[in-house]
Write a protein that binds this ligand. Sequence first.
Ligand SMILES: [Zn+2]
Ligand SMILES: [Zn+2]
Length: 338
Amino acid sequence: MGVPCPICGRNVDRLVGGMCADCYRERNRLVEFKRFKALICGECGAVFVKGRWVKPRTGPRGLLEKLLKDHMVVRGHVDHVDVRVSIAEDALEYHVSVRGSIEPVLGDQEETHVLSVPLVIDLCPDCRANQAKREMGMVQVRGFLKPLSRTAMRKVMLIIDSVVRDSSTKNVGSIIDVEEVAGGIDVRTTTNRLARIIASEIHRNVPSRMLETQKDTGYDRSGRRTYRYTASVLVVPFEPDDILRVDGRYYMVERIGRKSVRLRDVASGGALEVPISRFTRMNVIETGMRAEIGEIVEVDGSPRLVSKGKDMGPIDTALRGRVKYVRLEDKVYIIAVA
Ligand SMILES: [Zn+2]
Ligand SMILES: [Zn+2]
């Protein structure tokens, strides 16, 4: 005999909740899931669980399973829950199998659920703070004895730009910022490698001295030593014809190369080739004066210096024609043929 199920019409011994056991199970699942989305730190794998970030001991999988169980609503009695999670780019896929009984008279039942949960990759507060200050490289560009000129600044900026362009695909780090500071430029980078490339490139293209320092900063997550790297690039800001004083003697800057400076002794006329590394350590004083152009003309058989149409008076020199000269402490020195 039996009774018909009002839903499927099948004849059964008895009804549970007004229907057959199968229809009852179909309408009364052992577990249900509240809607949620998963938030994971892309840096350390921490998972946002119950209002706080939890760092995983190994991978995030255990925490993601816990996250699902936190959003599981159990109806009846559950004996066993098995959760598998796979992580895709923007979603988690959960495979859940549950065993238990929803109604004692029905006995044990098993059900499986497949859920797709939106995944949001973010940074946990710790990693956000670390990333903000993870400055591993610094380049300080300064002028030797005086601030960099606007022209020198522009040239350095162009070099930095071209390094960044060339290295953008090479995974050597990135620039945090480029800042103009009193008379110079500071570049902060995320890697010491990029800082070294930038400093070397400036040093290679601009007359300068380069000095590197490193400071240990501990270990990274894979146990390798980390260090913060600083390169100072001291740019020689002088130009040909600038008059400098070194240890009481006057020199005219005759030529500035990438590796050396050629000076001409104003009093003796002798030339001096000085490597830039040595030059920037010498006791150089900037006078603010520059050599000027004049002409030696003979008047009644004796030489006179004429500059900008003005007769500067008799001069004791064997040179004739256009010359470079400088007036120091009321004495005129003819330095070289112009
Ligand atoms: Zn039924
Ligand atoms: Zn993190």
